[in-house]
Design a protein around this ligand. Structure first.
Ligand SMILES: *Cc1c(COP(=O)(O)O)cnc(C)c1O
Length: 441
């Protein structure tokens, strides 16, 4: 466990998060339940914000990449912490605005933004739109003419760095549905195209090299390449970008195969990146760009714990033991999607020695409905409370009503108090959009 003051085992031998005993939370709110540690979220937002202030004279902005966990409360926290957010759909934009988030501090992404999403963004005064298709620039320019706006935009580029967890590769050409490649000249073509648009103000570039990355050097390399590109474009065309968005992707602890990084440790990633940008700016004589980063997973991932109750336990002698819980792929599809690993413990018996390795299975009618494989646990029995750690990112946001299970509610915990930020669904919610056509009546 990547222990901290707000995530530890208490004197009763129970898991405690945000000063709340997880067993009490399970009793009070039921399971499955997403629990979010407010202090951790705020600490992560502020460490990034303060590092930009300290190491880069505040000439930048942290965006919370809200696809990691999107709900009204988290946008409110981001606003209070004076950072920006990025959104990738009309739905995320709507949720942010509904929470009262200032539109000018929103960046909008998407490799295929729908016409209605672009119009919604322009209409609501979104600060910056990240362009990712030639004709998207045409569409947006027309919309801006209609609304009488001049829109700040940046272009998503591919720097030719691909990173995955502990490794990264430099590629000459990037095969991706995202961005315009530097190496094949399309990034430069797109720049010329956007510069012709009367209603668009090109500010600079965006790149995002991957997710769950621990290697500092991969961020440095991406920053180097983006800065070289900015310098070259200035030399060739006279256009000097004044904004660079270097994306997100900082890794978090899921199991002891991953590094345990403290809140303060994340400052080092950002500082390494900032040093690279400063150095390139000196070497190439281009002004230091306004620097934007957009971490998602590292802000909310370790803040989240999911609580479940053990139901059926099935021992298949000589094969494996399944411990079934009252959740599954409908609240956490990450094992089913990419065999993600998690640390699991019994929240009500957190001090007991682990005596066996079990597979945590969900309740869906699907063999692939697994949460974790071969995790060490004390002998689990019906009624025990299972806690899966580091589930704050890409769990709720990827949840579904598969098998017409409820998407679990979420509570925010702080100083021993817990409050709903997402309330429980009801059976009525499940049939809300169902329609019985006259032809079937
Ligand atoms: C997903 C995404 C992020 C956030 O990535 P994390 O790994 O969650 O930090 C940032 N920027 C873009 C464009 C993304 O698609």
């Amino acid at each position: 466990m990547n222990q901290r003051e707000t995530l530890k085992i208490n004197a009763q031998g129970h898991l405690e998060i945000g000063g709340c005993d997880a067993v009490d939370l399970a009793k009070q709110f039921g399971t499955p339940l997403y629990v979010f540690d407010e202090k951790y979220i705020r600490d992560m937002m502020s460490i990034y914000r303060d590092t930009i202030a300290k190491e880069y004279d505040g000439n930048g902005l942290v965006l919370y990449a809200s696809k990691a966990f999107s709900c009204m409360a988290v946008y409110k926290i981001a606003e209070q912490e004076k950072i920006g957010v990025d959104v990738v759909s009309g739905g995320e934009l709507y949720t942010a605005l509904k929470a009262g988030f200032p539109a000018e501090k929103i960046f909008m992404h998407g490799n295929n933004k729908l016409p209605r999403e672009l119009e919604f963004a322009v209409e609501s005064g979104v600060g910056t739109i990240v362009l990712d298709a030639m004709d998207e620039a045409d569409m947006l320019d027309d919309l801006c003419a209609k609304y009488g706006r001049k829109q700040d935009v940046i272009i998503r580029i591919n720097p030719g760095v691909e990173a995955h967890t502990h490794a990264f590769v430099q590629t000459a050409r990037t095969d991706s549905k995202f961005g315009f490649s530097i190496s094949d000249g399309t990034a430069e073509k797109m720049t010329a195209h956007v510069l012709e648009k009367k209603n668009l103000k090109l500010r600079g570039y965006h790149c995002h090299i991957g997710s769950q990355i621990f290697e500092k050097q991969s961020f440095v390399l991406a920053a180097d390449k983006a800065m070289d590109f900015i310098a070259r474009i200035k030399k060739d065309t006279g256009f000097e970008a004044d904004l660079l968005n270097i994306g997100g992707g900082f890794g978090i602890w899921y199991t002891d195969e991953d590094a345990k990084i403290s809140v303060a440790g994340y400052a080092e990633y950002l500082t390494a990146l900032i040093e690279a940008v400063k150095k390139k700016s000196e070497q190439s004589g281009i002004a230091r760009p306004f620097l934007v980063i957009e971490p998602g997973r590292s802000i909310v991932g370790e803040a989240g714990v999911t609580l479940y109750t053990v139901g059926a336990v099935k021992d298949i002698p000589g094969v494996k033991k399944y411990v079934a819980i009252d959740g599954g792929m409908f609240d956490n599809p990450r094992y089913a999607l990419y065999q993600s690993k998690y640390t699991v413990l019994l929240a009500n018996r957190a001090n007991e020695a682990c005596t066996e390795k079990v597979t945590i299975a969900g309740k869906c009618c699907e063999s692939g409905d697994i949460i974790a494989v071969d995790v060490p646990l004390p002998q689990a029995k019906r009624g025990d409370i299972v806690a899966v750690l580091s589930t704050g990112a890409y769990n709720y946001s990827m949840a579904s009503n598969y098998n017409r299970n409820f998407i679990p509610p979420a509570v925010l915990v702080k100083d021993g108090k817990a409050e709903y930020i997402i309330k429980p669904q009801t059976y009525e919610d499940l049939v809300r959009n169902d329609v019985m056509p006259d032809s079937l009546k």
